[in-house]
Design a protein around this ligand. Structure first.
Ligand code: ADP
Ligand code: MG
Length: 358
């Protein structure tokens, strides 16, 4: 583990800095064809560059990725759309019989619950009542701070009482392999911390079925997936932004092949009330925004879902326990602390060039 200091206090956001523009297709200098596409899904911006020998192949893959992301939002992940599985699960709370899970949701829940266990509850996908109490989604929609009130301690306690991954029950259904989820009355799932990572994992499966795609970099609301290589053999360059000065980076990751990069930071979504900043990553032990001395965590992993869940869990756990958890998953981690110190796993050090005074 290495420690660095930067002069100013810093925090991190992953910026996909491969220079994309809307719906543009063309040939690159090496004779390959790149399609660059920008769109909106999961209420956030997706930017992608897809490389292949033929422009049509890149365009087809870009269309397929967009269709996949839209279907994941519509059919599985969105808690707002009444077409989605999460919506139906949340509706079923207190129903008693339980609700049959799709294979994808079963996998997502099982992996999430494992990280909940390993993080000793710091990560918890059952924080729906708390996330709704804090109105975190309306902050993302840019609601004026004046329209948001600080919840009372009693309301926080009451919402917390409806949460707790240990109360989720997954039981065997009547058919072979069928799993039913029983959600107690009042409990609501919130997949905000894993949805984008799950989408990355599913995108990897899609790209595996597109052998004509030689390279890709896809950013979904700041979670980045890299795949294959550029025609000129150059590495993917992912900037880790300094949100104290969002125009600059704390460093650049240089990667080749398949990687998932996920960041959780206290600057990504927050509201200021009476001069105090409240951010969107909640500590399930208190019901309030986590205060672990960390401002940003970036996880580098071969796998999407765990990278996303780990960045959230590690933010809450802080650099010491968080680093241990990342290690358990074989993931690399970068912690940026409140005083500007950066703590890097050894593997992260290999890929990240830190722009700093040491
Ligand atoms: P982002 O969604 O901004 O990339 P994260 O992946 O860290 O950031 O997810 C934060 C979101 O996860 C919150 O907006 C909320 O919906 C949910 N959440 C907040 N605290 C927790 C927690 N302790 N465990 C699991 N999910 C959480
Ligand atoms: Mg996350």
């Amino acid at each position: 583990m290495k420690r660095f200091f930067k002069m100013a206090a810093v925090c991190a956001a992953v910026i996909f800095c491969c220079g994309c523009s809307v719906g543009r297709a063309g040939a690159d200098e090496q004779g390959g064809a790149v399609v660059q596409h920008t769109d909106v899904v999961f209420g956030t911006v997706v930017q992608m560059s897809l490389y292949s020998k033929e422009k049509e192949a890149s365009q087809q893959a870009a269309d397929d990725v967009m269709e996949l992301l839209r279907s994941l939002e519509r059919d599985q992940i969105s808690w707002r759309l009444d077409t989605s599985e999460v919506y139906r699960i949340n509706k079923s709370a207190g129903g008693g019989q339980g609700i049959a899970l799709s294979d994808g949701m079963k996998e997502l829940l099982e992996q999430s619950l494992e990280i909940s266990e390993k993080s000793k509850g710091a990560f918890d996908i059952t924080l729906g009542p708390l996330v709704q109490l804090w109105k975190i989604d309306s902050w993302a929609a840019g609601e004026e701070a004046g329209n948001v009130a600080l919840p009372s301690q009693a309301a926080v306690r009451e919402a917390l009482g409806k949460c707790g991954f240990g109360r989720l029950l997954m039981v065997q259904g009547k058919q072979e392999g069928e799993k039913l989820l029983k959600l107690p009355q009042g409990m609501q799932l919130d997949l905000g911390a894993v949805g984008k990572g799950y989408a990355q994992s599913e995108t990897i499966k899609l790209l595996e079925n597109h052998p004509e795609i030689t390279g890709a970099v896809i950013s979904l609301g700041g979670s980045v997936l890299t795949w294959g290589s550029k025609p000129d053999g150059d590495s993917w360059r992912i900037g880790i932004t300094d949100p104290a000065d969002t125009g600059s980076y704390v460093g650049i990751l240089e990667l080749s092949g398949q990687w998932c990069i996920s960041t959780s930071g206290d600057y990504e979504r927050y509201v200021e009330l009476d001069g105090v900043r409240y951010h969107h990553i909640l500590d399930p032990s208190t019901g309030y925004p986590a205060d672990s001395g960390v401002r940003g965590v970036t996880i580098l992993s071969k796998e999407g879902l765990s990278a996303d869940a780990l960045s959230t869990a590690c933010f809450i756990l802080g650099s010491e326990k968080g680093m241990e958890l990342a290690e358990e998953y074989g993931a690399e981690a970068l912690f940026i602390l409140s005083d500007g110190e950066m703590v890097l796993s050894e593997g992260m050090e290999k890929y990240l060039t830190v722009w700093t005074d040491r």
